[in-house]
Design a protein around this ligand. Sequence first.
Ligand code: IFM
Length: 446
Amino acid sequence: MTHNLTFPQDFLWGAATASYQIEGAWNEDGKGESIWDRFSHTPGKVFNGDTGDVACDHYHRWPEDIALMKSLGLHAYRFSIAWPRIFPAGRDAVNPAGLDFYNRLVDGLLEAGITPFVTLYHWDLPQALQDEGGWPARSTAEAYVEYADTVSRALGDRVKNWITFNEPWVSAFIGYGDGRHAPGHTDLHEALATAHHLMLAHGWAVSQIRANCPDGQVGITLNLSPHMPASPGTADRAAARFADGHNNRWFLDPLHGRGYPCDMVDAFGDAMDFVQPEDLDTISVPVDFLGVNYYTRGIARAAIDESENVPRTVFRGGEITEMDWEVYPAGLYDLLGRLHFDYRIPAIYITENGAAFKDVVSPDGTVDDPQRLSYIKRHLAAAHRAIAAGVPLKGYFVWSLMDNFEWDKGYSKRFGIVYVDYQTQQRILKSSGKWYRQVIQENTVL
Ligand code: IFM
Protein backbone atom coordinates (compact mmCIF):
# COMPACT_ATOMS: atom_id res chain seq x y z
CA MET A 1 0.00 0.00 0.00
CA THR A 2 1.66 3.18 -1.05
CA HIS A 3 -0.78 5.89 -0.08
CA ASN A 4 -3.46 6.67 2.48
CA LEU A 5 -6.87 5.17 1.82
CA THR A 6 -9.68 7.46 2.82
CA PHE A 7 -13.15 5.96 3.15
CA PRO A 8 -16.47 7.59 2.23
CA GLN A 9 -17.63 10.22 4.75
CA ASP A 10 -20.53 8.14 6.04
CA PHE A 11 -18.60 4.85 6.24
CA LEU A 12 -19.52 3.02 9.44
CA TRP A 13 -16.68 1.71 11.62
CA GLY A 14 -17.71 -1.01 14.02
CA ALA A 15 -16.83 -4.08 16.03
CA ALA A 16 -18.79 -7.29 16.53
CA THR A 17 -19.43 -9.90 19.22
CA ALA A 18 -22.05 -12.57 19.96
CA SER A 19 -24.06 -13.36 23.07
CA TYR A 20 -22.81 -16.84 23.94
CA GLN A 21 -19.23 -15.89 23.18
CA ILE A 22 -19.01 -12.99 25.63
CA GLU A 23 -21.96 -12.71 28.02
CA GLY A 24 -21.49 -15.49 30.57
CA ALA A 25 -24.28 -15.46 33.20
CA TRP A 26 -25.54 -18.61 31.53
CA ASN A 27 -28.23 -19.31 34.11
CA GLU A 28 -28.92 -15.89 35.63
CA ASP A 29 -32.07 -13.77 35.82
CA GLY A 30 -34.34 -16.45 34.44
CA LYS A 31 -32.36 -17.33 31.33
CA GLY A 32 -33.17 -20.75 29.87
CA GLU A 33 -30.62 -23.32 28.74
CA SER A 34 -29.34 -23.01 25.17
CA ILE A 35 -27.99 -25.72 22.89
CA TRP A 36 -24.53 -24.26 23.47
CA ASP A 37 -24.93 -24.54 27.26
CA ARG A 38 -25.88 -28.18 26.80
CA PHE A 39 -23.14 -28.87 24.24
CA SER A 40 -20.32 -27.21 26.18
CA HIS A 41 -21.40 -28.95 29.38
CA THR A 42 -21.10 -32.29 27.60
CA PRO A 43 -17.60 -33.73 28.12
CA GLY A 44 -15.48 -33.99 25.00
CA LYS A 45 -17.36 -31.48 22.87
CA VAL A 46 -15.29 -28.32 23.42
CA PHE A 47 -11.52 -28.01 23.58
CA ASN A 48 -10.20 -28.13 27.15
CA GLY A 49 -13.74 -28.55 28.50
CA ASP A 50 -14.25 -24.78 28.18
CA THR A 51 -17.76 -23.38 28.48
CA GLY A 52 -19.45 -20.01 28.02
CA ASP A 53 -20.66 -20.04 31.63
CA VAL A 54 -18.62 -16.94 32.47
CA ALA A 55 -16.92 -16.04 29.16
CA CYS A 56 -16.02 -12.32 29.25
CA ASP A 57 -18.62 -11.66 31.95
CA HIS A 58 -20.05 -9.03 29.64
CA TYR A 59 -23.49 -9.53 31.18
CA HIS A 60 -22.16 -7.77 34.30
CA ARG A 61 -19.40 -5.68 32.78
CA TRP A 62 -21.30 -4.11 29.87
CA PRO A 63 -20.95 -0.53 31.19
CA GLU A 64 -17.16 -0.92 31.24
CA ASP A 65 -17.28 -2.50 27.77
CA ILE A 66 -19.35 0.35 26.36
CA ALA A 67 -16.83 2.80 27.83
CA LEU A 68 -14.11 0.87 26.01
CA MET A 69 -16.04 1.05 22.73
CA LYS A 70 -16.51 4.75 23.21
CA SER A 71 -12.81 5.25 23.82
CA LEU A 72 -12.16 3.44 20.53
CA GLY A 73 -14.47 5.87 18.75
CA LEU A 74 -16.65 3.05 17.38
CA HIS A 75 -19.60 4.26 15.33
CA ALA A 76 -21.47 0.97 15.62
CA TYR A 77 -21.52 -2.18 17.69
CA ARG A 78 -22.88 -5.48 16.39
CA PHE A 79 -24.02 -7.85 19.14
CA SER A 80 -26.46 -10.71 19.31
CA ILE A 81 -29.41 -11.41 21.55
CA ALA A 82 -29.61 -14.66 23.47
CA TRP A 83 -33.02 -16.07 22.57
CA PRO A 84 -33.20 -18.15 25.82
CA ARG A 85 -32.87 -14.95 27.87
CA ILE A 86 -36.06 -13.65 26.23
CA PHE A 87 -37.98 -16.94 25.98
CA PRO A 88 -36.43 -19.43 28.43
CA ALA A 89 -38.56 -22.21 26.96
CA GLY A 90 -38.21 -20.96 23.37
CA ARG A 91 -41.72 -19.53 23.04
CA ASP A 92 -44.85 -18.32 24.87
CA ALA A 93 -43.71 -16.86 28.22
CA VAL A 94 -41.41 -13.84 27.97
CA ASN A 95 -38.75 -13.33 30.64
CA PRO A 96 -38.83 -9.57 31.31
CA ALA A 97 -35.39 -9.62 32.97
CA GLY A 98 -33.90 -10.82 29.70
CA LEU A 99 -35.44 -7.96 27.75
CA ASP A 100 -34.30 -5.53 30.47
CA PHE A 101 -30.69 -6.51 29.96
CA TYR A 102 -30.80 -5.64 26.26
CA ASN A 103 -32.83 -2.49 26.96
CA ARG A 104 -30.05 -1.29 29.26
CA LEU A 105 -27.37 -2.26 26.76
CA VAL A 106 -29.09 -0.44 23.89
CA ASP A 107 -29.68 2.67 26.01
CA GLY A 108 -26.05 2.62 27.14
CA LEU A 109 -24.82 2.36 23.55
CA LEU A 110 -27.03 5.19 22.35
CA GLU A 111 -25.90 7.36 25.25
CA ALA A 112 -22.32 6.70 24.17
CA GLY A 113 -23.19 7.68 20.61
CA ILE A 114 -22.79 4.12 19.28
CA THR A 115 -25.32 2.68 16.81
CA PRO A 116 -26.55 -0.79 17.79
CA PHE A 117 -26.67 -3.51 15.10
CA VAL A 118 -28.66 -6.38 16.55
CA THR A 119 -28.22 -9.96 15.39
CA LEU A 120 -31.25 -11.92 16.49
CA TYR A 121 -29.71 -15.36 16.19
CA HIS A 122 -26.06 -16.22 16.61
CA TRP A 123 -26.42 -19.93 17.32
CA ASP A 124 -27.77 -20.12 20.91
CA LEU A 125 -31.10 -21.85 20.29
CA PRO A 126 -33.20 -22.53 23.40
CA GLN A 127 -32.57 -26.16 24.36
CA ALA A 128 -36.32 -26.59 24.87
CA LEU A 129 -36.84 -26.07 21.13
CA GLN A 130 -34.03 -28.48 20.32
CA ASP A 131 -35.84 -31.02 22.48
CA GLU A 132 -38.83 -30.59 20.15
CA GLY A 133 -36.69 -31.23 17.07
CA GLY A 134 -34.60 -28.08 16.70
CA TRP A 135 -34.06 -26.40 13.35
CA PRO A 136 -34.88 -29.47 11.26
CA ALA A 137 -38.47 -28.91 12.52
CA ARG A 138 -40.54 -26.21 10.84
CA SER A 139 -42.06 -25.30 14.23
CA THR A 140 -38.71 -23.83 15.30
CA ALA A 141 -38.94 -21.33 12.43
CA GLU A 142 -42.42 -20.43 13.67
CA ALA A 143 -41.13 -19.94 17.23
CA TYR A 144 -38.34 -17.71 15.86
CA VAL A 145 -40.92 -15.35 14.37
CA GLU A 146 -42.58 -14.91 17.76
CA TYR A 147 -39.15 -14.19 19.24
CA ALA A 148 -38.19 -11.73 16.46
CA ASP A 149 -41.55 -10.01 16.84
CA THR A 150 -41.14 -9.65 20.62
CA VAL A 151 -37.61 -8.29 20.43
CA SER A 152 -38.24 -5.89 17.56
CA ARG A 153 -41.34 -4.58 19.34
CA ALA A 154 -39.35 -4.01 22.54
CA LEU A 155 -36.25 -2.46 20.98
CA GLY A 156 -37.49 -1.19 17.62
CA ASP A 157 -37.96 2.37 18.84
CA ARG A 158 -34.16 2.58 19.35
CA VAL A 159 -32.58 -0.22 17.30
CA LYS A 160 -32.74 0.54 13.57
CA ASN A 161 -30.41 -2.11 12.18
CA TRP A 162 -31.45 -5.75 12.34
CA ILE A 163 -29.69 -8.91 11.26
CA THR A 164 -32.01 -11.92 11.33
CA PHE A 165 -29.35 -14.66 11.33
CA ASN A 166 -25.62 -15.05 11.58
CA GLU A 167 -24.05 -17.57 9.20
CA PRO A 168 -26.89 -20.02 8.55
CA TRP A 169 -24.33 -22.23 6.74
CA VAL A 170 -22.54 -22.85 10.02
CA SER A 171 -25.73 -23.50 12.02
CA ALA A 172 -26.91 -25.97 9.40
CA PHE A 173 -23.83 -27.77 8.17
CA ILE A 174 -21.56 -27.61 11.22
CA GLY A 175 -24.32 -27.90 13.83
CA TYR A 176 -26.43 -30.59 12.16
CA GLY A 177 -24.14 -31.87 9.39
CA ASP A 178 -20.68 -32.55 10.75
CA GLY A 179 -21.46 -32.18 14.43
CA ARG A 180 -18.58 -29.96 15.53
CA HIS A 181 -21.06 -27.37 16.81
CA ALA A 182 -24.19 -27.63 18.92
CA PRO A 183 -26.36 -29.63 18.82
CA GLY A 184 -23.70 -31.95 17.40
CA HIS A 185 -25.77 -33.92 14.90
CA THR A 186 -24.35 -35.57 11.78
CA ASP A 187 -27.16 -35.90 9.28
CA LEU A 188 -27.22 -34.26 5.85
CA HIS A 189 -31.01 -34.30 5.63
CA GLU A 190 -31.25 -32.50 8.98
CA ALA A 191 -28.63 -30.01 7.84
CA LEU A 192 -30.55 -29.23 4.66
CA ALA A 193 -33.85 -28.93 6.52
CA THR A 194 -32.12 -26.63 9.00
CA ALA A 195 -30.74 -24.40 6.23
CA HIS A 196 -34.22 -24.17 4.73
CA HIS A 197 -35.98 -23.39 8.01
CA LEU A 198 -33.38 -20.76 8.92
CA MET A 199 -34.00 -18.98 5.64
CA LEU A 200 -37.74 -19.39 5.92
CA ALA A 201 -37.64 -17.92 9.42
CA HIS A 202 -35.54 -15.09 8.00
CA GLY A 203 -38.16 -14.35 5.31
CA TRP A 204 -41.04 -14.38 7.77
CA ALA A 205 -39.16 -12.25 10.29
CA VAL A 206 -38.17 -9.53 7.79
CA SER A 207 -41.82 -8.56 7.35
CA GLN A 208 -42.46 -8.75 11.09
CA ILE A 209 -39.46 -6.57 11.97
CA ARG A 210 -40.45 -4.04 9.29
CA ALA A 211 -43.94 -3.85 10.76
CA ASN A 212 -42.52 -3.15 14.22
CA CYS A 213 -39.75 -0.86 13.07
CA PRO A 214 -40.84 0.84 9.83
CA ASP A 215 -37.77 3.09 9.70
CA GLY A 216 -35.39 0.18 10.27
CA GLN A 217 -32.98 -1.63 7.97
CA VAL A 218 -33.13 -5.41 7.91
CA GLY A 219 -30.62 -7.89 6.53
CA ILE A 220 -28.99 -11.27 7.04
CA THR A 221 -25.33 -12.17 7.55
CA LEU A 222 -23.72 -14.95 5.53
CA ASN A 223 -20.23 -16.41 5.80
CA LEU A 224 -18.95 -16.32 2.24
CA SER A 225 -15.68 -17.20 0.55
CA PRO A 226 -14.42 -17.57 -2.97
CA HIS A 227 -13.48 -21.19 -3.69
CA MET A 228 -10.68 -21.79 -6.12
CA PRO A 229 -9.52 -25.03 -7.71
CA ALA A 230 -6.16 -26.35 -6.55
CA SER A 231 -5.29 -26.93 -10.21
CA PRO A 232 -6.78 -26.23 -13.64
CA GLY A 233 -7.79 -29.91 -13.89
CA THR A 234 -11.45 -30.68 -14.44
CA ALA A 235 -11.84 -32.62 -11.21
CA ASP A 236 -10.50 -29.79 -9.06
CA ARG A 237 -12.62 -27.27 -10.96
CA ALA A 238 -15.69 -29.37 -10.28
CA ALA A 239 -14.71 -29.54 -6.61
CA ALA A 240 -14.43 -25.75 -6.48
CA ARG A 241 -17.83 -25.39 -8.13
CA PHE A 242 -19.29 -27.75 -5.52
CA ALA A 243 -17.68 -25.83 -2.65
CA ASP A 244 -19.02 -22.57 -4.05
CA GLY A 245 -22.49 -24.08 -4.39
CA HIS A 246 -22.42 -25.42 -0.86
CA ASN A 247 -21.01 -22.38 0.91
CA ASN A 248 -22.25 -19.48 -1.22
CA ARG A 249 -24.95 -20.24 -3.78
CA TRP A 250 -27.02 -22.48 -1.49
CA PHE A 251 -27.92 -19.31 0.45
CA LEU A 252 -27.38 -16.47 -2.01
CA ASP A 253 -29.51 -17.95 -4.78
CA PRO A 254 -32.75 -18.56 -2.84
CA LEU A 255 -32.35 -15.24 -1.04
CA HIS A 256 -32.23 -13.55 -4.44
CA GLY A 257 -35.20 -15.31 -5.99
CA ARG A 258 -33.22 -17.91 -7.93
CA GLY A 259 -34.31 -20.93 -5.92
CA TYR A 260 -31.92 -23.65 -4.83
CA PRO A 261 -29.10 -24.19 -7.35
CA CYS A 262 -29.93 -27.26 -9.44
CA ASP A 263 -26.39 -28.62 -9.53
CA MET A 264 -26.37 -28.69 -5.73
CA VAL A 265 -29.85 -30.19 -5.41
CA ASP A 266 -28.56 -33.02 -7.63
CA ALA A 267 -25.30 -33.29 -5.76
CA PHE A 268 -26.99 -33.49 -2.33
CA GLY A 269 -29.49 -35.97 -3.68
CA ASP A 270 -31.95 -35.25 -0.88
CA ALA A 271 -35.73 -35.41 -1.27
CA MET A 272 -35.99 -31.90 0.21
CA ASP A 273 -39.50 -32.76 1.34
CA PHE A 274 -39.39 -29.92 3.86
CA VAL A 275 -39.87 -27.29 1.11
CA GLN A 276 -43.51 -26.17 0.93
CA PRO A 277 -45.22 -24.15 -1.82
CA GLU A 278 -44.47 -20.44 -1.44
CA ASP A 279 -41.47 -20.96 0.86
CA LEU A 280 -39.11 -19.74 -1.84
CA ASP A 281 -41.16 -16.57 -2.31
CA THR A 282 -40.96 -15.95 1.42
CA ILE A 283 -37.21 -16.51 1.48
CA SER A 284 -36.58 -14.07 -1.36
CA VAL A 285 -38.22 -11.09 0.31
CA PRO A 286 -35.96 -8.13 -0.57
CA VAL A 287 -33.63 -7.06 2.22
CA ASP A 288 -32.05 -3.68 2.89
CA PHE A 289 -28.53 -5.02 3.19
CA LEU A 290 -26.42 -8.14 3.19
CA GLY A 291 -23.92 -8.76 6.00
CA VAL A 292 -20.76 -10.49 4.82
CA ASN A 293 -18.42 -12.38 7.13
CA TYR A 294 -15.13 -12.91 5.36
CA TYR A 295 -12.04 -14.60 6.77
CA THR A 296 -10.32 -16.63 4.04
CA ARG A 297 -10.71 -18.32 0.67
CA GLY A 298 -11.18 -22.01 0.01
CA ILE A 299 -8.94 -24.12 -2.20
CA ALA A 300 -10.81 -27.11 -3.54
CA ARG A 301 -9.15 -30.40 -4.38
CA ALA A 302 -10.83 -33.45 -5.77
CA ALA A 303 -9.50 -36.88 -4.95
CA ILE A 304 -6.17 -37.05 -6.80
CA ASP A 305 -6.53 -38.04 -10.43
CA GLU A 306 -3.03 -39.06 -11.45
CA SER A 307 -3.95 -39.19 -15.13
CA GLU A 308 -4.44 -35.42 -15.24
CA ASN A 309 -0.86 -34.81 -14.13
CA VAL A 310 -1.29 -31.06 -13.50
CA PRO A 311 0.49 -29.15 -10.76
CA ARG A 312 -1.66 -28.11 -7.82
CA THR A 313 -1.56 -24.85 -5.91
CA VAL A 314 0.67 -25.06 -2.87
CA PHE A 315 -1.00 -22.87 -0.31
CA ARG A 316 0.27 -24.16 2.98
CA GLY A 317 3.43 -22.11 2.62
CA GLY A 318 1.47 -18.85 2.77
CA GLU A 319 0.49 -16.87 5.81
CA ILE A 320 -1.80 -18.87 8.06
CA THR A 321 -3.68 -17.73 11.15
CA GLU A 322 -4.09 -19.69 14.38
CA MET A 323 -7.34 -21.08 12.94
CA ASP A 324 -5.28 -22.59 10.13
CA TRP A 325 -6.94 -20.19 7.73
CA GLU A 326 -4.96 -18.66 4.89
CA VAL A 327 -4.60 -14.87 4.93
CA TYR A 328 -6.01 -13.89 1.54
CA PRO A 329 -7.25 -10.28 1.35
CA ALA A 330 -7.71 -10.42 -2.45
CA GLY A 331 -10.56 -12.86 -1.83
CA LEU A 332 -12.54 -10.13 -0.11
CA TYR A 333 -12.24 -7.88 -3.15
CA ASP A 334 -13.29 -10.72 -5.47
CA LEU A 335 -16.21 -11.66 -3.26
CA LEU A 336 -17.55 -8.12 -2.91
CA GLY A 337 -17.30 -7.60 -6.66
CA ARG A 338 -19.18 -10.81 -7.34
CA LEU A 339 -21.93 -9.95 -4.88
CA HIS A 340 -22.37 -6.56 -6.45
CA PHE A 341 -22.23 -7.51 -10.09
CA ASP A 342 -23.93 -10.91 -9.90
CA TYR A 343 -26.57 -10.31 -7.22
CA ARG A 344 -27.02 -6.52 -7.33
CA ILE A 345 -27.26 -6.22 -3.55
CA PRO A 346 -28.42 -2.74 -2.48
CA ALA A 347 -26.03 -2.33 0.44
CA ILE A 348 -23.33 -4.49 1.99
CA TYR A 349 -21.71 -4.43 5.41
CA ILE A 350 -18.67 -6.49 6.29
CA THR A 351 -20.19 -7.76 9.53
CA GLU A 352 -17.10 -9.79 10.50
CA ASN A 353 -13.47 -9.87 9.49
CA GLY A 354 -10.47 -10.53 11.67
CA ALA A 355 -7.91 -13.09 12.71
CA ALA A 356 -6.78 -15.28 15.58
CA PHE A 357 -3.10 -15.10 16.44
CA LYS A 358 -1.18 -16.00 19.58
CA ASP A 359 -1.16 -12.97 21.87
CA VAL A 360 1.22 -12.46 24.73
CA VAL A 361 1.02 -9.87 27.48
CA SER A 362 4.47 -8.22 27.74
CA PRO A 363 6.05 -7.56 31.12
CA ASP A 364 5.01 -3.91 30.71
CA GLY A 365 1.38 -5.01 30.43
CA THR A 366 0.90 -4.29 26.71
CA VAL A 367 -0.14 -6.67 23.94
CA ASP A 368 1.56 -6.18 20.61
CA ASP A 369 -0.20 -7.96 17.71
CA PRO A 370 1.38 -6.82 14.44
CA GLN A 371 0.03 -9.80 12.49
CA ARG A 372 -3.58 -8.99 13.34
CA LEU A 373 -3.01 -5.33 12.56
CA SER A 374 -1.55 -6.23 9.20
CA TYR A 375 -4.41 -8.67 8.48
CA ILE A 376 -7.04 -6.00 9.16
CA LYS A 377 -5.13 -3.36 7.26
CA ARG A 378 -4.82 -5.46 4.12
CA HIS A 379 -8.49 -6.43 4.23
CA LEU A 380 -9.47 -2.81 4.61
CA ALA A 381 -7.35 -2.01 1.57
CA ALA A 382 -9.28 -4.69 -0.36
CA ALA A 383 -12.56 -3.21 0.89
CA HIS A 384 -11.45 0.23 -0.22
CA ARG A 385 -10.64 -1.09 -3.68
CA ALA A 386 -14.09 -2.65 -3.88
CA ILE A 387 -15.74 0.65 -3.00
CA ALA A 388 -13.71 2.33 -5.73
CA ALA A 389 -15.00 -0.30 -8.16
CA GLY A 390 -18.59 0.62 -7.30
CA VAL A 391 -19.53 -1.86 -4.57
CA PRO A 392 -22.05 -0.26 -2.15
CA LEU A 393 -20.05 -1.20 0.94
CA LYS A 394 -21.39 0.81 3.87
CA GLY A 395 -19.37 -0.32 6.85
CA TYR A 396 -16.88 -2.67 8.47
CA PHE A 397 -17.17 -4.57 11.77
CA VAL A 398 -13.97 -6.08 13.05
CA TRP A 399 -14.26 -9.54 14.60
CA SER A 400 -13.97 -9.18 17.38
CA LEU A 401 -14.20 -6.38 19.88
CA MET A 402 -12.62 -8.65 22.46
CA ASP A 403 -11.19 -12.14 22.84
CA ASN A 404 -13.98 -14.60 23.52
CA PHE A 405 -15.28 -18.17 23.49
CA GLU A 406 -14.41 -19.55 20.06
CA TRP A 407 -17.03 -22.32 19.98
CA ASP A 408 -15.58 -25.82 19.80
CA LYS A 409 -12.09 -24.34 20.26
CA GLY A 410 -13.01 -22.75 23.59
CA TYR A 411 -10.74 -19.95 24.73
CA SER A 412 -7.73 -21.21 22.80
CA LYS A 413 -8.17 -18.78 19.89
CA ARG A 414 -8.04 -15.04 20.41
CA PHE A 415 -9.68 -12.80 17.80
CA GLY A 416 -10.05 -9.58 19.81
CA ILE A 417 -8.57 -6.16 19.24
CA VAL A 418 -8.94 -6.12 23.03
CA TYR A 419 -7.16 -8.79 25.07
CA VAL A 420 -9.16 -10.47 27.82
CA ASP A 421 -7.44 -12.00 30.84
CA TYR A 422 -9.98 -14.69 31.69
CA GLN A 423 -8.69 -15.02 35.27
CA THR A 424 -9.15 -11.38 36.22
CA GLN A 425 -11.47 -10.21 33.39
CA GLN A 426 -9.03 -7.37 32.76
CA ARG A 427 -9.30 -5.89 29.26
CA ILE A 428 -6.14 -4.65 27.50
CA LEU A 429 -6.32 -2.76 24.23
CA LYS A 430 -3.96 -4.51 21.79
CA SER A 431 -1.79 -2.54 19.36
CA SER A 432 -4.28 -3.47 16.59
CA GLY A 433 -6.99 -1.80 18.69
CA LYS A 434 -4.93 1.36 19.09
CA TRP A 435 -4.33 1.40 15.36
CA TYR A 436 -8.03 0.80 14.60
CA ARG A 437 -8.90 3.74 16.87
CA GLN A 438 -6.72 5.94 14.69
CA VAL A 439 -8.23 4.57 11.48
CA ILE A 440 -11.68 5.48 12.79
CA GLN A 441 -10.56 8.90 13.91
CA GLU A 442 -9.06 9.75 10.53
CA ASN A 443 -11.49 7.68 8.43
CA THR A 444 -8.35 6.61 6.65
CA VAL A 445 -6.14 3.54 6.55
CA LEU A 446 -2.56 4.74 6.77
O1 IFM B 1 -16.22 -16.58 16.29
C1 IFM B 1 -16.83 -16.78 15.05
C2 IFM B 1 -18.16 -16.06 14.99
O2 IFM B 1 -19.02 -16.46 16.01
C3 IFM B 1 -18.83 -16.35 13.67
N1 IFM B 1 -17.96 -16.10 12.56
C4 IFM B 1 -16.62 -16.62 12.61
C5 IFM B 1 -15.96 -16.27 13.93
C6 IFM B 1 -14.53 -16.84 13.97
O3 IFM B 1 -14.55 -18.22 13.84
